[in-house]
Design a protein. Sequence first.
Length: 103
Amino acid sequence: MSREHSEVVTGFDTAFTDAVNLGNQIADRDKAADLWDIADGLLAGAIQYWLYSRQPCKDPRCAECLPISTAEGRMIELQRLIRQLSEESEYFHSPNDSNVGRA
């Protein structure tokens, strides 16, 4: 594994853990807070930061920026990433999902 890849994984893991911890801290500080509101706020902040980080460079022919060179391209990439990360989550399926069989 290259050093660069290792740093990306470490950065991802740190951001992931810190976001979960922040949500838990906010919920612990305010027991009356709506967990959905906290989660929506964290998601809105994460999306804002993600969009900020995905601004294309000034070279219109940059191959690296091509997939995110338009607002629509950034939205497609964001939706792809949301689907991937959601499906990889241990919370994606719930025993209380309405489409879970009951025996």
